[in-house]
Design a protein around this ligand. Structure first.
Ligand SMILES: *[C@@H]1O[C@H](CO)[C@@H](O)[C@H](O)[C@H]1NC(C)=O
Ligand SMILES: *[C@@H]1O[C@H](CO)[C@@H](O)[C@H](O)[C@H]1NC(C)=O
Length: 389
């Protein structure tokens, strides 16, 4: 009897336990179903959000495509503009040849040291800072024709500025300033320029613009160099050039009483006097004080001289030959005595219109700015070292 009771109890117990298990499982199932339905909800929400996002993406991609197309067209436009500027600038790419002369000087000194071991100091002092000379004219570019048959144009030959100045004619007092060579080239006539009135009219075509100053010969009886601060619009200094009986150096531009030039070493004056009538004289000037540092009577004849310029302390005189389109460097004079006319290459100027009424060297670009019968021309020079000849 007792055994049966235990059995029944056990069975009941078993049933009760079973029921609890089922309850438990049911609760779990409900909870899981609940979660599944939550997930389901979330998934549909995500799905719809995803769809929205996709739609947004598609429309943005459309926009992007359009923008890309616009950008491509802009780039094409830019490309042609860059091409144009590059074409315009094919002469002006030498900017980064910043200080070749100084490097070369070091090399020269090294060479010299290995060659000659004695008297190093004497040798050293013989070299100036600069040893380039012309090898040939690489190319020419006719930029424009503004103004009359005679005049002068030049960039500021100092380092800081890209500004371009036009001195039209041989006896005016108004110069035109362009912000850049590009502005000068694309300007209709002088339209993109600013004009500046000098305190007195100039004479000839011998002016230079150097470090923000115009240096010009005014119309006084003596040869007087005026140094004019272009930005400040004031005369910084003026000095009478200490020679008497000067005669014009250039037969085709007799209006020019004296020619000024700028090279790597500063300011120079090219002139001629009755005392040394057959030859051209050269002077090194101090660009700050306008003092004369040294003067030389060169062996370069005055006859048929058309223009002159100075590079690394060497004067190059360009002569006019009677054949049309032919003028060339025929005489050089090196103040350091390293180059003579025999060493100098025969440099011919290509196709020309009339005569060069001015030839201005820019030491930073190794370009010559020429005025030839109203045309503004650039000549690109190829240089070599004086010792290599
Ligand atoms: C330039 O100078 C010439 C005279 O040499 C003159 O006839 C001409 O009108 C001037 N040009 C300008 C733009 O001023
Ligand atoms: C500009 O000119 C004035 C006098 O006109 C002078 O006092 C001043 O120092 C000048 N400035 C420069 C930068 O040369």
């Amino acid at each position: 009897m007792r055994g049966l009771f235990i059995l029944v109890t056990l069975a009941c117990f078993a049933t009760a336990q079973h029921q609890a298990l089922i309850d438990y499982l049911e609760r779990r199932l409900l909870a899981i179903e609940d979660r599944i339905s939550q997930w389901h909800e979330q998934t549909t929400r995500f799905a719809s959000e995803l769809r929205e996002l996709k739609q947004q993406m598609v429309s943005q991609l459309d926009n992007l495509d359009k923008e890309k197309e616009a950008l491509r067209m802009n780039l094409d436009g830019l490309g042609t503009r860059v091409d144009r500027v590059e074409r315009e600038l094919d002469y002006l790419e030498t900017q980064n040849g910043a200080q070749p002369c100084v490097d070369v000087d070091d090399k020269l000194i090294e060479q010299q040291v290995t060659l000659v071991k004695e008297n190093q100091k004497a040798k050293y002092s013989k070299f100036s800072d600069c040893s380039d000379m012309i090898s040939s004219i690489k190319a020419m570019k006719i930029l424009k024709r503004v103004g009359g048959p005679k005049g002068m144009w030049s960039k500021d030959t100092g380092r800081s500025s890209g500004k371009v100045y036009i001195f039209n004619g041989t006896d005016d007092d108004t110069i035109w300033e362009f912000a850049s060579v590009q502005d000068f080239t694309r300007s209709q006539g002088m339209s993109l320029s600013k004009n500046l009135k000098l305190p007195s009219p100039w004479m000839g075509t011998g002016h230079v613009v150097y470090n923000g100053h115009a240096y010009y010969i005014d119309q006084a009886e003596e040869i007087r160099v005026v140094k004019y601060d272009i930005k400040n619009k004031s005369v910084t200094d003026s000095a009478v050039f200490p020679v008497q009986d000067h005669v014009p150096m250039y037969s085709l531009t007799p209006e020019t009483p004296m020619d000024l030039a700028v090279d790597e070493e500063g300011l120079w004056a090219v002139y001629a006097t009755r005392q040394n009538e057959r030859h051209i004289s050269l002077a090194k000037m101090d660009a700050n004080s306008l003092d004369i540092e040294q003067m030389w009577d060169t062996n370069c004849p005055r006859e048929n001289a058309e223009a002159a310029f100075v590079i690394c302390g060497t004067l190059y005189v360009v002569y006019n030959t009677k054949q049309p389109g032919r003028s060339h460097v025929q005489c050089v004079f090196d103040v350091n005595g390293m180059v003579t006319s025999e060493d100098a290459p025969l440099v011919y100027f290509p196709k020309r219109y009339g005569a060069h009424s001015s030839l201005k060297y820019n030491p930073h670009e190794q370009l010559l700015y020429a005025w030839d019968d109203g045309y503004q021309i650039l000549y690109k020079l190829i240089m070599k070292k004086k010792l290599e000849i």
